[in-house]
Design a protein around this ligand. Sequence first.
Ligand SMILES: NC(=O)C1=CN([C@@H]2O[C@H](COP(=O)(O)OP(=O)(O)OC[C@H]3O[C@@H](n4cnc5c(N)ncnc54)[C@H](OP(=O)(O)O)[C@@H]3O)[C@@H](O)[C@H]2O)C=CC1
Ligand SMILES: O=CC(=O)O
Length: 377
Amino acid sequence: MRALTKPLTLNNQTWVSSSMSIFVKTSYCQQVSSTAMAAMCSSFFPQLPTRFNGRPIYSFPAKSHFSGSFKAFSSQASNASSQDKLPANVGFLGIGIMGSPMARNLIKSGCDVTVWNRTKSKCDPLISLGAKYKSSPEEVAASCDVTFAMLSDPESAVDVACGKHGAVSGMSSGKGYVDVSTVDGETSKYIGQQIKATGALFLEAPVSGSKKPAEDGQLIFLTAGDKSLYETVAPFLDIMGKSRFYLGDIGNGAAMKLVVNMIMGSMMASFSEGLLLSEKVGLDPSVLVEVISQGAISAPMYSMKGPSMIQSLYPTAFPLKHQQKDMRLALGLAESVSQSTPIAAAANELYKVAKSQGLSDQDFSAVIESLKGKLQQ
Ligand SMILES: NC(=O)C1=CN([C@@H]2O[C@H](COP(=O)(O)OP(=O)(O)OC[C@H]3O[C@@H](n4cnc5c(N)ncnc54)[C@H](OP(=O)(O)O)[C@@H]3O)[C@@H](O)[C@H]2O)C=CC1
Ligand SMILES: O=CC(=O)O
């Protein structure tokens, strides 16, 4: 189902809505029909029009505090009263490409946010917006009810949580730790054990969606762990994201994220081959991108990244080094259950070549450069 994506002025009022899929609480993968959604709109907001030009619309009054697209419902709908239980202070550790806009959206939504980053200067824009700063993860965790962490990889996630002056040292009963980094399940379980040994609660919550969805508050949270913490932080997840899945035991969120990113990494490698092949046989790769966009294999990623890839430009949204890390972790996951993944394994080799070409900090679409090298040989 697609809803309105641009603000609409009706009856001298502005309405906004997202283009997200709508889910219900009873079955988190079941989409609500257009008619049901229209009925929900009119029941929750009876003053709102539910049809425009004869078509159903799903509109809510614009939230003045929210900077990105408006989210209507999540995969596990939070009830309005959960706002009453909002923890007072939120910590955020790891102010990188993703952490920065996620923390910014919390601040702009009126949350009391305390930040820390290894490179302190990256906290400065958030401090200007009203965030507090503490000089270690331990101090952030000690001063906040809930602490989010968005770190590079398993090593940094463990270091920030469990290292010297790590978050664990500041945790205690009544607090919660939410790790939104992309790590493997074993790492997540280890961090979870350390956090829970203090009496605090733990949730793994890696995100699907890149820099722009993070800026727009349109991330997809893949959560697992303490259900009560999931419910407590749901309002925060809804500020930063457009949907959230609760997947049960710790490790399931990490596994879901790795499977998704394994597919994404393979898709990007295959797309790179197609772009180069089309050019080599005399086709215009821009036309290939257009053809793909109209067919069954259309994906937003191709239309977003294709034009810049054709110009050999790779402005970083998702660093290539992180995509290669995710391929590596996904291959480890597959090996742990003896699942054959030859396509992902081949794609991983391309990301490794691209890293050796010095492209680690470029966008992961720079993987195409690894194939240019091969073709020239
Ligand atoms: N970018 C994207 O599109 C997406 C990324 N992700 C995942 O989110 C996570 C963060 O990604 P992203 O924000 O892009 O990455 P960045 O590289 O921009 O940020 C990484 C963060 O981790 C910190 N960090 C790295 N190593 C250490 C360490 N040893 N000790 C303390 N802090 C450390 C960095 O601190 P410093 O600033 O000091 O270097 C920085 O805050 C990764 O797990 C990634 O896979 C998930 C979805 C999308
Ligand atoms: O992890 C990357 C993403 O785009 O999702």
